[in-house]
Design a protein around this ligand. Structure first.
Ligand code: SAH
Length: 266
């Protein structure tokens, strides 16, 4: 099916190229055809820890798979090491694919990697992926911009890069109060601050939903009110990776029961 496209080894006239590739939220059926082609052609894959074995099945047997995960709070491969490795492998003629969960440009440092590769004279091809917000919304039947409820949607990280750089949740609450759906990535660890900050500017009964492991067989989801978010996370033992959706669009979502378990049939 995918044999018509090849990724050529770099020649002296073409600069080495790295594929910065979105692996989607986990379900391999959500990979793009372009992503599958690139994975099949790769000789070296540098893989984030949210990218599972079901995705790596598309890699050729001879490919070298380097896991460079960096889950929040866990030991991780230093970013500078990942960047140096990509550059070295590309320069030595390998067909390098950097596999990132979701979309490479939605959080997850794809932008930093792009800048470093370009600065080193390496060509970069970016292959979009389905970001986890979209998979989470689809899982619970929530149109993030349903025009009866929202003017737009805001993707925001709950994991600040350093102290002081945290978003102002009260300010974001004001934005949400204007009819903007909030989608929070990496928010489980700071759900208390998120809830209390938002409550300073929007109502406690604002609809909310959480989707854990969207698109994967172990997917779970829950619908609640904004002022229940943190208690739902602790009583449901909801962990990462999870997406929180806050706003009126979540009112009629499918996730009616607490911690409904969804099976993808795999
Ligand atoms: N580039 C990725 C996001 C990387 S940041 C993307 O586009 O999806 C990592 C965060 O993404 C996690 O903390 C979680 O909030 C979210 N995430 C990634 N995969 C997920 C999944 N399958 N289900 C729910 N959330 C997910």
């Amino acid at each position: 099916m995918c044999s018509d496209v090849s990724i050529d080894r770099p020649t002296s006239s073409s600069p080495p190229t790295v594929y910065l590739l979105g692996a989607g939220p986990g379900d391999p059926e959500l990979l793009t055809i372009k992503a599958v082609r690139a994975i099949r052609q790769a000789t070296v894959l540098l893989v984030d820890d949210l990218v599972g074995e079901a995705i790596l099945r598309y890699a050729r047997r001879s490919a070298r798979i380097v896991r460079v995960g960096k889950r929040g709070g866990c030991r991780s491969t230093p970013q500078a090491f990942i960047e140096r490795l990509m550059i070295a492998e590309a320069r030595s003629g390998e067909r390098v694919v950097r596999l990132k969960g979701g979309d490479p440009f939605i959080f997850g440092r794809g932008g930093e990697e792009l800048e470093h590769l370009r600065a080193a004279g390496i060509g970069v091809e970016v292959v979009s992926g389905v970001t986890s917000a979209m998979a989470a919304a689809a899982a619970i039947g929530v149109p993030l911009t349903h025009r009866a409820h929202a003017h737009g949607v805001l993707f925001v990280t709950g994991h600040a890069r350093s102290e002081g750089a945290a978003p102002s949740w009260a300010a974001l609450g004001s934005v949400a109060a204007q009819g903007i759906t909030l989608v929070v990535y990496m928010g489980i660890g700071s759900v208390n601050e998120i809830e209390s900050g938002l409550l300073r500017s929007i109502a406690g009964n604002t609809p909310a939903a959480i989707v854990e492991n969207a698109s994967l067989p172990q997917e779970r989801y829950v619908r609640c009110r904004l002022d229940e978010l943190s208690s739902v996370v602790s009583t449901g033992r909801i962990g990462s990776p999870a997406i929180m959706i806050i706003g009126d669009v979540a009112r009629g979502c499918d996730a009616v029961g607490l911690f409904a378990q969804h099976s993808t049939g795999t």
